[in-house]
Design a protein. Structure first.
Length: 268
């Protein structure tokens, strides 16, 4: 069976032993998979918008009654983060396919460092995050959302969404390296849902009661959502930013460590 142009390019890049060249080729291959199998990527575009419409309609009064001008100001950041995380997790589906077809074994045999096999999917995840985030933002503007924080509003949202996208991708990679089946991506999606919805995803902490309020207070996603939302609800401040930035930094480090310890298992 003849190899594809992308496969041949990867082999050439790998033998050149230049990490950045390898990462570039693997990212291009991941993007080509999106074009060839759009059914694996389209849900990450449709679901955030569907949830944005559903949440702003079903729970809109709960936030507007607390003084928020437009329910979209509260839910656009939430659904942008969700779209980014699900788009990023899609990278693990491609990894599983590579494992099943034997392509991943060829990469393992190549003279390249192991961290490249984590860095390349993470780089692809960043690209895959941008599209659903932009899609949600466009829908938000069409719905009349407010951005009193100006350009910094979109900067904070991008940092939050891409940061959580990287966390989701790295955690999914770590599970995939260990389980080597589709269950890894499924478990990651469940983890994303639980972490997000046990935070201030639907309503502010002031509107919560019971155990959910206690959990939301310690959930790092609450700080991330505060960072993402501040420009939609008012001015962007350091007080509203540092907690989310710290949470993203810690989560990225932990998830990348988990992914790296997973890939090292193939050396044993």
């Amino acid at each position: 069976m003849s190899s594809s142009p992308i496969s041949s390019s990867i082999e050439t890049g790998l033998h050149a032993a230049q990490p950045m060249d390898v990462i570039k080729v693997l990212v291009q291959r991941s993007m080509m998979r999106v074009r060839r199998m759009p059914s694996a990527f389209i849900p990450s575009l449709i679901m955030p918008v569907f949830q944005l419409i559903a949440f702003s309609g079903a729970f809109g009064f709960a936030v507007t009654s607390l003084g928020i001008k437009n329910a979209l100001d509260w839910y656009v950041p939430l659904n942008a983060i969700q779209g980014a995380s699900f788009g990023a997790v899609g990278v693990s589906f491609g990894l599983i396919n590579d494992m099943q077809t034997g392509f991943f074994d060829r990469i393992l045999l190549a003279p390249t460092r192991r961290w490249v096999m984590v860095a390349a999917p993470l780089a692809a995840a960043i690209v895959r995050c941008i599209v659903p985030v932009a899609f949600v933002i466009i829908v938000g503007f069409l719905g009349g959302m407010n951005t009193p924080g100006g350009l910094l509003t979109l900067v904070c949202l991008a940092i939050s969404a891409i940061g959580i996208g990287l966390v989701s991708c790295a955690f999914a990679l770590g599970l995939t390296f260990r389980l080597q089946n589709l269950g890894a991506a499924t478990l990651t999606q469940f983890g994303i849902f639980f972490t997000i919805f046990l935070s201030t995803s639907q309503v502010p902490i002031s509107a919560m009661t019971g155990w959910l309020r206690s959990v939301a207070r310690i959930n790092p996603m609450t700080n991330v959502l505060r960072l993402a939302r501040q420009g939609f609800l008012g001015d962007v401040t350091w007080e509203g930013s540092w907690g989310g930035l710290l949470a993203i930094a810690v989560l990225v480090l932990l998830s990348c460590w988990y992914a790296m310890t997973g890939i090292k298992k193939f050396d044993q």
